[in-house]
Design a protein around this ligand. Structure first.
Ligand SMILES: [Zn+2]
Length: 497
C-alpha cells in the first residue's frame, strides 16, 4: 500500500539577547511556503526537504507538505508566528491523516514566546497526535540546543555534519532513508538517546573547516555508526546566545538495537567534548589589538580581512555596532573598507544628500543602545543607491538575490563604509563590489560575519582576524546576563569534576 508521509520545515536560530522579535514578516522576508508551493520551491535545492522529496519519489510515497518556513536569526519568535507555523503541522496531522511517518526539518535552537524549547514542544505535540507507533524523525542544524524532550519525542534526530553548512539535502535524504528501511521491515523501529554537556559551547563551536575537536568528534561518530544497531551518531555544538535552561552542546545516538552500546557511545563523546572544551581553532582579538597588528605589518598587495565576530547578523546580532569601524577610523588607516552597517536613518540621509555630500550624524548603535553607543561620524558620500540589490556571487547563496534597500558608501577617514537599510551577514564579495569597491585592492577589509565569510574572503586574505568588538554574538560569555541556563555550567562557573 502507498505510504503517506507528512514532511515540513520550521526553522529558527533564536538569539534571546536580541530585543527585536522574529515575526511572521521575518519568515515572509526569507521563506515561507505552504502546501504544494513547498514542493515547487524546494525541489532540487540544497534543502532538507529536497532530500526527503527525492527518496519519496523513489519509493512512491505520497508526500503531504503543509509548510516550510525559515527566518534570519533574531530575537524570540513571536507567539503569532509560532502558532501559525506549528498549527500548520498540527492541522495537517488532524485533517489530512492518517500518516505512516512524519519527517520534520528543524534548526534545534528556536525559542518562541512562551516556549523556551520550541522544537521540544512541537515534537511532543506531534507525538501525542500520531501516537507511539508512527515514526517521527527530525533533522537539526549543528548549532542546535537539543533537549531531552526532543530526543524522547522523536524516533530519530539527524544533525548536519558541516560548518559552513552544506549538507542539508543530504541529511534530509538520510532521514527519509531511515524511514524507508523501517517501512521495508529491515528494522522494527528507532529510538534516540541524548547526552548533554554542562557547557555553554563546545566542539570548537562546530567548525569543520579546520582540524580540531569537531572534526575529531565527527570521525569518532562515523566509526560508531558502523556498529550493529547504531544508526545515527550526531554531534551538536550548541548555540550559546540563548538564555534558556537547555543551552549547550550535546550528543545524540539513534539506534535500532543495542541501547547499552548507544549509552556507551554517548558517554565517550560527552567525555571527549568536556576534555576538549577549551580547545579552539580560532583566536579573537580586541579592536585595538587587531589594529596594532595591522599597523605593525609590512606593506603587501593583499588585504587583511577582519570578521566582526561579535556583531554577526548570522547569529542574531543587530549588525549596527560601529565600534570596530570607529577603531579603524581612529587608527588613521588608509585604503580600508567596511561592510555592512545596518542603519536605515543614515542610509536615507546619505541617499538624499547624494554623492559628494558631506554628512555628520550618529552611525549605528541604534537598535539596542545598551550594546554600544553610536559613532558620531563625519564622512563623504561616495556612492548612493536608492534601491540597492544584487545577485550573490557565492560560494554561499550563489544565484540568490539580496535586497539591501536604500544604501550608500560613506568615506569616513580612510574607511569606505557601506551603510544599508536591511540587515545582512556580509559573507559575499558583492557587498563591496556592487558599490564599486574591489576588496582585493584594499589594505584592510572588515565584514560583519563570524565564519561563513571565509568561503569568499579566504582566498584573497593576507591574514584573517576575528575581532570581538561589541555585539550580542560575542565569544565572551561573561558579557551576557544569563539567568535561565542550568547551573553549574562551564565556563560561567569555572572548572569542576
Ligand atoms: Zn548553524
Amino acid at each position: 500500500m502507498t505510504k503517506r508521509v507528512l514532511t515540513a520545515q520550521i526553522k529558527h536560530e533564536t538569539n534571546t539577547f536580541s530585543i527585536l522579535p522574529t515575526t511572521l514578516d521575518s519568515y515572509r522576508a526569507r521563506n515561507l511556503y505552504e502546501g504544494d508551493e513547498v514542493k515547487e520551491r524546494l525541489k532540487g535545492t540544497n534543502n532538507e526537504l529536497a532530500g526527503v522529496m527525492d527518496v519519496a519519489a523513489e519509493k512512491g510515497w505520497e508526500l503531504v507538505t503543509p509548510i516550510a518556513g525559515d527566518a534570519t536569526p533574531l530575537g524570540k519568535v513571536s507567539s503569532e508566528a509560532w502558532e501559525y507555523l506549528a498549527s500548520a503541522v498540527f492541522n495537517a496531522l488532524k485533517n489530512d491523516g492518517p500518516f505512516d511517518g512524519v519527517l520534520i526539518s528543524l534548526h534545534g535552537a528556536m525559542v518562541a514566546e512562551g516556549h523556551d524549547d520550541a522544537e521540544g514542544a512541537l515534537l511532543s505535540q506531534v507525538r501525542a497526535m500520531v501516537g507511539p507507533d508512527v515514526p517521527v524523525m527530525a533533522t537539526l542544524d549543528l548549532h542546535a540546543n537539543v533537549t531531552v524532550k526532543m530526543a524522547e519525542s522523536a524516533n530519530a534526530l539527524i544533525t548536519y555534519r558541516t560548518y559552513p553548512h552544506i549538507d542539508m539535502a543530504e541529511r534530509g535524504r538520510q532521514m527519509a532513508e531511515l524511514l524507508a528501511r523501517q517501512f521495508a521491515g529491515e528494522v522494527d523501529g528507532y529510538e534516540t538517546l541524548i547526552g548533554r554537556l554542562d557547557q555553554l559551547d563546545g566542539f570548537d563551536h562546530g567548525r569543520t573547516t579546520q582540524e580540531g575537536p569537531m572534526t575529531e568528534a565527527l570521525r569518532k561518530a562515523r566509526a560508531y555508526e558502523e556498529d550493529d544497531g547504531i544508526e545515527v551518531v550526531s554531534v551538536n555544538a550548541g548555540f550559546s546566545f540563548a538564555d534558556i535552561h537547555d543551552t549547550g552542546p550535546s550528543v545524540t545516538v539513534t539506534f535500532s538495537d543495542d541501547r547499552e552500546h548507544a549509552r556507551s557511545i554517548i558517554a565517550d563523546l560527552v567525555a571527549f567534548g568536556w576534555e576538549t572544551k577549551e580547545q579552539s581553532t580560532v583566536k579573537h582579538f580586541s579592536p585595538e589589538e587587531a589594529m596594532a597588528h595591522v599597523s605593525a605589518a609590512e606593506a603587501s598587495d593583499k588585504p587583511f580581512v577582519f570578521g566582526d565576530f561579535s556583531d554577526n547578523p548570522g547569529g542574531g546580532s543587530y549588525g549596527d555596532s560601529p565600534l570596530l569601524l570607529k577603531t579603524m577610523v581612529e587608527s588613521g588607516i588608509e585604503n580600508a573598507a567596511f561592510a555592512v552597517i545596518s542603519d536605515p536613518a543614515v542610509a536615507a540621509v546619505a541617499v538624499q544628500a547624494g554623492e559628494g555630500a558631506e554628512i555628520s550624524m550618529p552611525l549605528g548603535g541604534k537598535f539596542d543602545p545598551s550594546v554600544t553607543p553610536p559613532f558620531e561620524m563625519t564622512g563623504t558620500v561616495t556612492k548612493a543607491d536608492a534601491d540597492a540589490r544584487f545577485i550573490f556571487e557565492g560560494p554561499m547563496m550563489k544565484g540568490v538575490e539580496a535586497v539591501l534597500g536604500p544604501s550608500a558608501v560613506i568615506k569616513i577617514g580612510g574607511v569606505e563604509t557601506v551603510v544599508i537599510t536591511n540587515r545582512f551577514q556580509a559573507y559575499d564579495r558583492m557587498f563591496f563590489v556592487h558599490f564599486g569597491i574591489i576588496p582585493e585592492e584594499k589594505s584592510l577589509v572588515a565584514v560583519k560575519s563570524a565564519h561563513h565569510f571565509r568561503a569568499a574572503y579566504g582566498p584573497m586574505a593576507r591574514e584573517i582576524m576575528l575581532v570581538d568588538a561589541a555585539g550580542i554574538t560575542s565569544p565572551d560569555p561573561n558579557k551576557f546576563p544569563y539567568q535561565n541556563v542550568r547551573r553549574p555550567i562551564w565556563p560561567l562557573d569555572g572548572e569542576w569534576d
